[in-house]
Structure formats: C-alpha cells, structure tokens
Write a protein that binds this ligand. Sequence first.
Ligand code: SAM
Length: 284
Amino acid sequence: MSLSLEEKINMLPSLRATVEAHGLMAKKALGQNFLLDRNITDKIIRLSLSTQNLPDYRGAYVYEVGPGPGGLTRAVLCAEPDKLTVVEMDERCLSIMQEIKDKVGERLQIINGDALKQNFAEYDTPPRHIVGNLPYNISVPLLVGWLKKMESFSSLTLMFQKEVADRIMAPTDSKDYGRISILSQLICKVEKLFDLNPECFVPAPKIWSSVLLFTPLHSGLSDKDIAGIERLTSLAFGQRRKMIRQSLKSVPDLETICNKLEIPLTARAEELTPAQFLALARSL
Ligand code: SAM
C-alpha cells in the first residue's frame, strides 16, 4: 500500500533535529527567521485553504519562496499539491530540501536561485498558489511583482513583518495608507489569517509578523492601468502632506479630470480611495 504524502513527511526527523544536523545557523543578510513549530506552519496552510474553501492543494501547483529548513514546505506537501516548487537562495538549505525530495519524489522541485528572478506566472498551468515566510528585505518587491500578474494566481499566502502587513491592509485616510495598500486592494481581496509573536521564530526577531491571504478580485486592470496607478501614487505619496493640486501638478489637464471625477484638488494623497486612483489613472 502506498503512503500518503503526509505519512512520508511524518517519517522525517523533526525540524529542530534537521536544523541541528545540518548546522543551519540563521543568516541575517538573508532575512532568516525560521519557523520550527509544525503547529504553526500547519495552521498557516490549514487556515489559508479553509479561507479559500479548498480541502487541499490537489490539482494545483504551489510555489514556495525561501523554504529554509522546510517547515512550511512540509505543511504544503501534506496538503497534496500536484507539484511544489521551492526557490531558495541559501545553498545550505538544498541538502535539507533533497532529504524531503528523497521521501516525496518528483512532487518537489528545488530551484537554487533568487525568487525575484522567477516568473511563476509562466510556470506549469493554473491553478497556481504562492506561499512563503518571506525574507523581510524583499517582501514588498516580491509582492508587487506577483500583484502585477495576479490573473495567473489563485492565491498568495504570505508572512510579512506586521508593520508591512498593516500598510497593505490600511484603509483610506489612515496613517499607514499608501502605495502598497492601493495596489494590493485594487487587485486582491486581502485577509489577515493571524499575527505571530516574535517567539514563534528562531531566532526571535524584534517585531511581530502577520500572515496575509491574497485572492484575485479579477478587477480587469490592464498593464497600462497599473503603470498609471504606480506613476500617480508615486507622485502623490512622494508629497503626502501636500494637496493633489500641488503633488500632481505635472499631470496634464489635472483640473478638468478632477472636476469630471468629482475629486477635490484640495484632497491629499491619503484621502483618495483606490478606486479614485484607478479612475484618475484611466483618465491620463
Ligand atoms: N520558510 C522558512 C521558515 O519559515 O522557516 C524560512 C523563512 S526565512 C524568513 C526566509 C527564507 O528566504 C530564508 O530561507 C532565506 O534563505 C530565503 N531567501 C532570502 N532571500 C531570498 C531570495 N532572494 N530568493 C529566494 N530565497 C531567499
């Protein structure tokens, strides 16, 4: 009788034993704060799937950024994806990934490289899901890259520093509201799964973290819309405290466009909703 992926994964040594056996000391430069508690990694995947009304990842391709010692990797595999592709920059983690592959076979693909250079949208076929306890120093550029191709993905389940997660979810006219809130909220439904205190990680960082689930809104944004939104939000939030009359003064026919859209020229960047930024971008 063949074993399930979960049974094969459960035959591996514990995460702590694995880290010890491989002498995997965390490197700050690679943003390494490991999750060694299977209760937590399982909870991330369980909550992500149940929030999406999915029983598991059967029939889907999953991409994990920065598997490190493999806690989330194990949890994803237990949910039976057709294939899990992991992208890890740190060569020291490759032998750990190989040990998992020895148990689960071709279901696990290992890429030694930079996640910023991978175009998951062109790998395999839909449905595609991305998961990751992201290296904090590149979490926003990674997210922006995936948001721009969100039509290719069914979900992103991502761990951020809580401060970054708060910015992503911030409502209009709040202190955390900014460029990443607008792009995220125009393209995705964003839900917080839960917060994690620093003690959940090894080594413990100074700050809290949050797991967010992004699912596409299928809002039909074109590449041109996104480029326009990026340009406008860069100008407007570059001078956040100024009225848009000033911060967007380089936009041709600004007054006519704002009058038509009933956006007051006296508004500040943080008072404009994501939908208003989109309407402005479409009027350029
Ligand atoms: N997933 C593991 C866990 O939860 O224990 C590790 C998470 S740790 C916060 C981030 C991981 O991303 C590290 O394993 C690090 O080596 C890896 N990493 C850092 N920069 C990367 C990059 N540009 N591309 C791929 N992986 C990267």
